[in-house]
Design a protein around this ligand. Structure first.
Ligand SMILES: *Cc1c(COP(=O)(O)O)cnc(C)c1O
Length: 420
């Protein structure tokens, strides 16, 4: 294929020897991207799960412009600013009750790292030696060393495996086999520091869905063993699963929660790790050595905070909730036609996310079907990025029914062309 390209950019999850140049995008609006030549591309995965309301929501764009005129960036140790203060207050008000403290960072991976460090610091400051983390099979929590450690081991992290720390792993709660998950979790919990989990749906692990009662039971088991429950809502947060936060559906209040992607409506990088008071209080002391030792240069960037405040305004107006519900219904209607289609397996949906597995001769992330599907959808003017043979549709909430029809027509066509 093409050799070293003219661009000096090293791209994510890309084998440069095998793929052509990336698609250039010059503009975006709502659910649509536009190339410099004016070709339109429908963004059916919300630009990697971040764009919630649509590209360039006018309220968010205005908030960014206004804030840029006032304060661009400021050290966050010893200094503060109103956008961060207001955002923290409002997040505490809308997050599951009891998540009373907010620690800012700038990506999903880092807010998970922060969560793990909070948990370890909590036990150390309490004088208990609990360091083991428990995680769910097929989980994904980011690409930094700690986040990879608690995530699934795969081709993604084989090279770094010698540096990754051991975690106790609990099988994914397959339907009908939930008891095996609970039993394994109970065994793993004794003496463990924390359990980290993506609530209701495992994203990068293959859009694997499980029920709210399972989430509730996992939380109950953690509580019984005093294990801190970390909810990684980086993907599920801000309406993806049909409620503002996925944990709400199980009435679960995590001890620590991670939010990122949809926090600014996907417009700017910003993340938060929220925690219960007891975790903050374990670090609160006259002893400086007990402080929480984490910081990043851009934490609580004022412009990103202003974008997040505009996002909360959009949610509070009721608009987003309605659109997300409407998208959920539209997805369900379109997915129904594939339910008894022998070309597909595991047709599933939660809230605004739909997924189905195309039956192919060879499955798995590295199977040849992955790049073939990617190219095919690309040729149909769609941004869809299957995980191996798992095709998922995760659009911005502003997408219209006729636009969604384009996506499902292409999926039908792909099945005819590539299905086993
Ligand atoms: C995307 C994702 C992350 C990592 O977020 P980044 O901002 O890409 O670092 C962590 N956890 C989950 C569940 C995710 O989907």
């Amino acid at each position: 294929m093409n050799g070293p390209s003219a661009s000096p950019i090293w791209r994510p999850y890309t084998q440069h020897a095998l793929v052509g140049p990336p698609v250039a995008v010059a503009r975006a609006r709502g659910a649509w991207l536009e190339t410099p030549e004016g070709t339109r591309i429908l963004d059916a995965i919300s630009s990697w799960w971040v764009i919630t309301h649509g590209h360039r929501h006018p309220k968010i764009v205005q908030a960014i412009k206004d804030q840029a005129d006032l304060l661009d960036q400021i050290i966050f140790a010893g200094y503060t600013h109103e956008p961060a203060e207001e955002l923290a207050r409002r997040l505490v008000a809308i997050a599951p009750a009891g998540l009373d403290y907010v620690f800012f960072s700038d990506s999903g991976s880092i807010c998970v790292e922060v969560a793990i460090k909070m948990a370890l610091g909590f036990w150390r400051n309490r004088g208990e030696t609990r360091t083991r983390i428990v995680a769910l099979e097929h989980g994904y929590h980011g690409d930094t060393i700690g986040a990879m450690s608690v995530g699934a081991r795969s081709v993604f992290n084989a090279a770094y495996e010698p540096l990754l720390f051991e975690v106790a792993r609990v099988p994914f709660p397959r339907e009908g086999q939930e008891q095996a998950t609970f039993d394994a979790l109970e065994r793993a919990c004794a003496g463990a520091a924390a359990f980290v989990v993506e609530p209701l749906i495992l994203g990068a692990g293959g859009m694997l869905v499980y029920g709210a009662p399972v989430l509730g039971e996992m939380k109950r088991l953690c509580e019984a063993y005093g294990v801190l429950f970390i909810a990684d809502e980086v993907m599920t947060g801000f309406g993806r699963t049909g409620t503002l936060f996925a944990c709400e559906q199980a009435g679960v209040v995590p001890d620590i929660a991670c939010y990122a992607k949809g926090l600014t409506g996907g417009s700017l990088p910003l993340a938060v790790t929220m925690c219960k008071a007891e975790i903050f209080e374990a670090h609160y002391s006259l002893d400086r050595a007990r402080a929480f030792f984490h910081s990043s240069s851009y934490m609580a960037n004022p412009i990103a905070c202003a974008a997040a405040l505009a996002n909360l305004d959009i949610w509070e107006s009721g608009d987003a909730r309605q659109r997300a519900a409407r998208l959920g219904a539209m997805q369900g209607e379109r997915l129904a036609r594939f339910e008894n289609d022998a070309r597909f397996a595991n047709v599933r949906q939660i809230g605004t996310i739909a997924a189905l597995d195309l039956r192919v001769a060879q499955s798995g992330y590295l199977a040849p079907i992955g790049p073939a599907l990617l190219d095919f959808f690309n040729s149909r003017g769609l941004l869809l990025r299957p995980l191996g043979n798992t095709i998922y549709v995760l659009p911005p909430y502003c997408i219209e029914g006729n636009e969604l029809d384009l996506v499902y027509a292409a999926i039908d066509e792909a099945a005819a062309r590539f299905g086993a």
